[in-house]
Ligand binder design. Structure first.
Ligand code: ADP
Ligand code: ADP
Ligand code: ZN
Ligand code: ZN
Length: 746
């Protein structure tokens, strides 16, 4: 079996590297964050494989496929078709559930169409995506979204006082005039004094609230908002608009099907007393028990297939999910594991599977189960590539490729290639880190106060009382599905919304042109320096102002629209993609123009700038482990972990904040984690409080206080099973986390 051979790779920061990847083996890519792992695995191997596959389709199909740019590489040989299993959300809307995505729901439908009673019809009669099976009231979504009229109207006020809370309708505005001048309303009467007729006219544009609007001059407020909020895709609107809209919409469980998505005929059909919706509401472990009770021999094979599918999901650490769970609500780690399960069921072999930190979101207890699935995938004849930092995952590698030595321009080389035992002896940063463990914090800080949460019952939480400490670093632990995010990111964060800063991995809400310099707010300072040096106005150094290239208007690219096909995007020839006009590019600061200044990494910039304000921001980038980013790198190219750290950077200057983070070590090498812990120390010593959800044992050991949720996941979780210092946990706790912590100290 010929190895995959990569020669002369210069993608992103890679320094003309060449290497081989053995086929039908597990190869793990290691190295500090930003060293170039993803540039190899995703931007090169996956992209090239997809690109070559796409090239085999006719042009008509190709124009509809995602575009993969050709990676900067001299030669790649013996590539196979590849499958990327990453943490991006599972393509999905409210109709996509754990059951539909895993394929288990279609097997269940088949089962009900065969042996359910009374007999209803074919499998389509059990589909909530098919008119035959769906609940007509909610169209199979299980929920109904309605405009929350209470949130829009202030019933104590009249039109003249601004009874519609939306500023679009403030007295005197165009919208306001449409209603005020209709002659239909008494402009000084508060809404609460309206008769039913008047109120109906206001909401629905008709006196009885039923008919089509009788007066075309006014559309009812209710209809108006239904049209703008519900019947329109707002996913590309600004975050502000989206949030505002969310607040005006109330989501309620469908009163017809009670969230079960199906019509009455489908729901009345049962096997051993359970409807298909009952089965989909059970945790997977319980569903497995129920399926085992089916004795009808005619469906033996079908039941067997279902059990195998369930076992894979249980094995990979998702026993707490239920099939009716909508996929958009899953975490990145859960989504990745579900994708893995989907591929495990396939009988294709000879593929290259590519994983992005599959241990993300996994408790140490569950990692070995996932390892065994990765091995099974290999043993079926596939090549498995994994980007990973977790020691337990790295230890199963047949082959390790360590990228480094550092990040960005100080990385991009292959510092080690070989087997796992060879890695340990290699003396590389990664090899050494594999053998080190951090000590347990002996003198934890004392809290300065606490914020109470009482009687929390959301999802699986069992009437939880907890006091979240202030002035220290608290680490919230527990297996996946135990309830950590529910307690911290949902209940706690919502209760104290105005006091908490959530620093998460979600997209950064800024324009796509944002860069570290503009996001952290020191781009203005750089512009001022250039302006001062050249005696020109600040605006000249802004590509959305007078500095813009006249040909592309500051976009750097020219978009040519073609009828029936995707537009062609080419680099602007006038500015070579640099976005600025010649006048702006001619101005220098210390021999560099605006584009050259933005091409520097934060650590290079540290050597150049003397300006105190700029240096303060660069220092912060260093502290969060992002000194390898260039000042002008589009934020849209950052990974989830990098996004989380740049958000942290933005909040670092603050004092007295309560900062909540979910798995901040995602994407971090052991040596990065040590730096992150130093930063956490600094944050807390400045009078802030930190609440961190984390599985990494080194972070847990350095906590001032641990809140452990368990004992297990799903309905077997949802309780606080331990609270105390790391030493207390090691000495006396019997929880799953305590066992893993003790084992790592041994
Ligand atoms: P890793 O996966 O090891 O964390 P990456 O391969 O993502 O590292 O990044 C390697 C370097 O390339 C970093 O300096 C990163 O900022 C840079 N980089 C990654 N993607 C892009 C991109 N699309 N454009 C420019 N630079 C990039
Ligand atoms: P953790 O953060 O510890 O991994 P979660 O708080 O995400 O755990 O989940 C706890 C339980 O709540 C699990 O059983 C999970 O399936 C359930 N759960 C989480 N989010 C949702 C949701 N949006 N809808 C329904 N159930 C949920
Ligand atoms: Zn319904
Ligand atoms: Zn241009």
């Amino acid at each position: 079996m010929a190895d995959i051979i990569v020669q002369g790779l210069t993608q992103n920061n890679l320094k003309h590297v060449s290497f081989r990847i053995p086929k039908e083996k597990i190869t793990v890519f290691t190295g500090v964050s930003g060293s170039g792992k993803s540039s190899i695995v995703f931007d090169t191997i996956a992209a090239e494989s997809q690109r070559q596959m796409n090239a085999t389709y006719p042009a008509f199909v190709r124009s509809r496929l995602p575009k993969y740019p050709k990676p900067a590489v001299e030669r790649i040989d013996h590539l196979t078709a590849s499958v990327v299993v990453d943490q991006s959300p599972l393509g999905g809307n409210a109709r996509s559930t754990v059951g539909t995505i895993s394929g288990l729901y279609s097997s269940l439908r088949l089962l009900f169409s065969r042996i359910g009673s009374p007999y209803v019809g074919t499998a389509s009669y059990f589909s909530f995506n098919d008119p035959n099976g769906m609940c007509r009231t909610c169209s199979g979504i299980g929920k109904i979204t309605q405009v929350d009229i209470e949130a829009i109207l202030d019933r104590d006020k009249s039109w003249n006082e601004g009874c519609v809370k939306d500023s679009l309708y403030s007295p005197g505005t165009w919208y306001w005039k449409q209603y005020a001048k209709s002659g239909l309303f008494d402009l000084d009467k508060p809404l609460k004094e309206y008769s039913d007729e008047e109120y109906n006219l206001l909401l629905y544009g008709s006196r009885n609230g039923m008919d089509k609007p009788e007066n075309p001059k006014v559309t009812g407020i209710y209809h108006k908002y239904t049209k703008t909020l519900l019947n329109r895709d707002i996913s590309n609107k600004s975050r502000h608009t989206q949030e505002k809209s969310q607040n005006l919409i109330a989501e309620t469980v469908c009163t017809e099907c009670h969230g079960q998505r199906l019509n009455q005929a489908a729901l009345s059909c049962k096997i051993n007393g359970c409807s298909i919706a009952d089965l989909c509401g059970m945790e997977l472990t319980q569903l497995r028990e129920v399926l085992l009770q089916i004795t009808d021999k005619t469906v033996d094979v079908l039941v067997q297939t279902l059990i195998e599918g369930l076992d894979r999901m249980i094995e990979i650490g998702l026993p707490y999910l239920h099939l009716n769970r909508d996929t958009p609500s899953l975490s990145g780690g859960e989504a990745q594991r579900l994708k893995l399960v989907r591929y495990m069921g396939s009988s294709l072999t000879g593929l290259t599977y590519i994983f992005d930190e599959p241990s993300a979101g996994m408790h140490p207890r569950d990692v070995y189960r996932m390892n065994s699935l990765l091995k099974q995938l290999r043993d079926k004849g596939n090549t498995v590539l994994v980007v990973e930092h977790d020691k337990d995952v790295i230890s199963i590698a047949d082959y390790v490729i360590d990228v480094g030595p550092q990040a960005g321009q100080n990385g991009g080389e292959i510092v080690f290639e070989g087997t796992y035992p060879e890695l340990l002896r290699s003396g590389s940063l990664t090899g050494n880190a594999m053998m080190e463990t951090l000590p347990v914090k002996m003198e934890p800080r004392k809290r300065t106060g606490s914020l109470p949460v009482r009687g929390a019952c959301l999802h699986n939480l069992k009437n939880v009382d907890a006091d979240i400490p202030l002035g220290i670093m608290t680490v919230v632990t527990g297996v996946a599905g135990s309830g950590k995010s529910t307690l911290i990111s949902q209940v706690f964060a919502r209760q104290y919304e105005s006091d908490i800063v959530m620093v998460d991995q979600g997209p950064i809400t800024a324009t796509n042109r944002s860069t570290p310099a503009s996001y952290l707010g020191f781009f203005d300072e750089i512009r001022k320096l250039l302006a001062r040096e050249s005696g020109r106005p600040d605006g000249l150094f802004s590509f959305n102002s007078t500095g813009a290239c006249p040909v592309c208007g500051g976009k750097g690219v020219i978009v040519t629209e073609l009828a029936y096909m995707d537009p062609i995007v080419t680099e602007c020839e006038a500015c070579s993609g640099m976005r600025y006009n010649e006048e702006a590019l001619a101005c220098m600061y210390k021999g560099k123009n605006i584009v050259e200044l933005l091409e520097m990494t934060a650590s290079q910039a540290m050597d150049l700038f003397e300006d105190a304000k700029i240096r303060k921001h660069l220092k912060v980038m260093q502290q969060v482990g992002l000194s390898y980013l260039t000042l002008g790198q589009p934020l849209s190219t950052l990974s989830g972990g990098e996004r989380q750290r740049i958000k942290l950077a933005k909040n670092l200057g603050k004092k007295g904040s309560i900062i909540v983070m979910d798995e901040p070590t995602t994407g971090l090498h052991a040596s990065d984690i040590q730096n992150l812990l130093k930063l956490f120390d600094l944050i807390v010593s400045r009078g802030n409080s930190l609440v961190v959800i984390e599985h990494n044992l080194d972070v847990i050991k350095q906590a001032d206080w641990i809140i452990d949720i368990g004992p297990d996941g799903g309905k077997n979780g949802g309780e606080v099973v331990f609270e105390g210092t790391p030493m207390d946990m090691i000495r006396s706790a019997e929880t799953l986390t305590a066992k893993c912590l003790r084992a790592s100290c041994a």
